[in-house]
Design a protein around this ligand. Sequence first.
Ligand code: NDP
Length: 492
Amino acid sequence: MKTQVKTYEMFINGKFVQAKNGGMREIVDPANGEPLALAPEAGRADMKLAILAARAAFDKGPWRKTTAQDRGKFLFKIGDLIRANAKALAELEVRNMGKPLVEAEYDVADAANCFEFYGGLATKIHGETMSVPANSMSFVLREPIGVCGQIIPWNYPLLMSAWKLAPALAAGCTAILKPSELTPLTALALARLIHEAGLPPGVVNIVAGPGAGAGEELAESPLVDKVAFTGGTLTGRKIAIAAAGNLKKVTLELGGKNPNIVFADADFEAAVDGALFAAFANQGEVCSAGSRLLIEKSIHKKFVDTMLKKISRIKLGHGLSAGVKMGPLVSAAHRDKVEGYIKAGIREGAKLVCGGGRPKGAEFARGFFVEPTIFDDVKPTMRIAREEIFGPVLSVIPFKNEAEAIHIANDSEYGLAAGVWTLNVNKGIRVLKELRAGITWLNTYHPTFNEMPWGGYKQSGNGRELGLYGIQSYLETKQVNINLDETPLAWY
Ligand code: NDP
């Protein structure tokens, strides 16, 4: 599993370059701490160059005037190139981010689908016409919003790159994408494919660097028309404030503390599997993770006991090893943060029923692993029930009836996702309608589609990505009024 350390370059104005000041960051494999790559560490100066390139490409370049059909073809080509390089991209994602290979393969396929979906949508951007008084005509034009700054987190590096770039390009915008400094590799590999697809210089720029400096420049710059951010809620607030300088359009996809509600009349086995998958997929490093499991009291004990029997099936290890279902956390610092929450849960009196530590064995010694962890009898007021842990820690909260379940579920500053398990369809839909969340599931958890909107209520965000909704936030709306009458107005 030893890898050669490769040096990556970022992509500015159609060229592959290093940071102006020579800054580099060592990227490590989180499963074993071994050096994996060197990536450029851009600062404000590099970001300024990328913004100028995107500005020039939008204002003077051919992209905005490219036909929708041609933009669509470029996007399909990027989708094809992702598929042609799927194996390498999936393995790179595993090595950089830590997730199991099967999940990375799914992400890569989904990223290709995303480019294809928006490739098709490029030709379906239509305005409206209106009947207005005789001798005039009025219609609506949809136009690209301009230069888009796009900032993404480390948990789905390639997929988030696709979610951001594909709708922006379909709309005719130009973009500067900043991946997380921890996981820039698949975004930088994607830059090579975008170059191969033949996009004009400056249309897409991919700049690897930290939020402090490079990211801040992107959020603040008066030359940027829109910022699209996915990440933590605190950072989202900073981005919104920075973007206010020139009143950029802002979309925010932020954190969650998502309730997954199991009623006594659920399909028991399906709900147990669903609860584990909701909490532990991608090591729990998922904004929509079902990290609060609300179980009806009458089945609570049996449900927890059955989860405990099944949890040993979650095999930990390097994401490229056969049968591994859970990889390491993304970094030592993030592991420490997650462990801090485990300590807080114990201190506050929640019942630790499994996990809570680091797995034993030479295989895990240098990686950033945390065991899948379940706390039972968690009170809704505890920190582990209120704050986003973003790791493999599940908080089980028993409830007595439907009204209490809804109350606990909605008692959160977040409102990203929620799940409900019951075979009573009326009750399921009734409860879903009461939940203040942007993405909801009945008798399943996690499946989501490029064709459907993604985003949160409350402090989980602002605006929607994906689907038809996703492209709207990259479009301006222009009212056009035409006088068909040659007679002068004669108002004065
Ligand atoms: P952060 O908010 O720490 O970082 C996200 C991105 O923002 C990174 O690229 C980071 O750069 C950058 N950044 C940090 N500070 C600034 C700043 N002041 N100005 C501009 N850019 C900045 O989140 P994480 O990377 O830790 O990701 C985890 C979070 O993302 C979780 O809270 C999770 O819920 C959320 N998330 C939400 C999703 C959704 O769709 N709602 C999906 C996935 C994750 P760098 O790290 O390189 O310094």
